[in-house]
Write a protein that binds this ligand. Sequence first.
Ligand SMILES: *Cc1c(COP(=O)(O)O)cnc(C)c1O
Length: 405
Amino acid sequence: MNVPLLDLKLQYATIQHEIEPVLLQIMSSQSLILGKEVEKLEKISADYCTTEYAIGVSSGTDALLMALMALHIGPGDEVIVPTYSFFATAGVVSRLNAIPVFTDVDPITLNITAKEIEQAITKHTKAIIVVHLYGQSADMDSIMSIANAHNIPVIEDCAQAIGTQTKDGRKVGSIGIMGCFSFYPTKNLGAFGDAGLITTQSKELYEHLVQMRNHGQIERYKHGFVGGNFRIDAMQAAVLSIKFPYLESWHTARRRNAELYTTLFCEVGLSQQSGLTIFDEYNKVLLPGIPNKSEDVHNHHIFNQFVIRVQYRNALRAFLNEQGIGTEIYYPIPFHKQPCFVHLPSSSNSFPVSDCASTDVLALPIFPELKENQIQHVVNVIVEFYQTKVFTLEKECKDCNCGCL
Ligand SMILES: *Cc1c(COP(=O)(O)O)cnc(C)c1O
């Protein structure tokens, strides 16, 4: 049985009949960029994220870049980011000649924490980017109180987390000064290409970002400041508006899949409960914290990724691949070890949690259309690995220096 990491064709088959006529209509109209399809998406997105404003943009990366530009981040400014995230989170800081300052992350959620942020704040800190990694909200309450105490704006990187809520039920992207979203096809809400969005409660920022999206244009060919081409296409916006009503049901299906994995890993004896951080005889597979079932460190989760942590990760991944099961590693290299960032001052700090995570995380298939028997099969193959392979591999892993054994 093949189990791909993601199969976008299955979702498309369920909505093809709604999407095709709308795309055909846009093609005949030849109204291709911004316009009323984009306004519609912005309205739906702002309502969904419970923010006053939403601005459709070209990608999640550009959303982050624009958010920093709107805060006038520039040369010499420090921006605190977790060392463990997708590259864009730190890349946008460097593109503005500002300095990314890396922090380690929470051992259970792999999200940035208030404590790590507090230690990284200096008099040059101009912003903090919080990432809601894999679709689970960071602890925004404590992060916002540290940030507010120092008067530092917080940008939420919600690329993997659209619709996720904090412990007290607030939507991500509505808490920091701006929320940045990606509609890259693999996210829970995916476009048919690149697209992104920024949310904000501030009218002033909204108006500034709308102008920035179109080269800082005030009126035709008159430019108040230097922005960029950060526009979103009408076709992407239309696809996203059609998909939006299904989003909650897709989140629910992902959560159901995550619960099934959790139940099965416990039943087969590879794990005792979710949210543990130490491997032992009874916990060969560490499971992500499932919200509502565990303690307060676990905020809501939309499971953009279902990431387990395992010993002998690379060998397990190769074994799963041989059996036709798709997996991925998010992320194999933390920022402080990236060739383009190693020279930065904060890269020489120690990041034990992120270093360890980069050697033992493994994302399993979790997409909404996954079948129960496919999940069962993935777990069975992992059981087979630990029953048949692990002993011969012991030495190989002891030599890997990952620090987690
Ligand atoms: C996907 C992603 C981005 C970038 O989004 P793009 O639309 O691909 O530019 C930024 N941050 C995180 C955490 C992401 O997962």
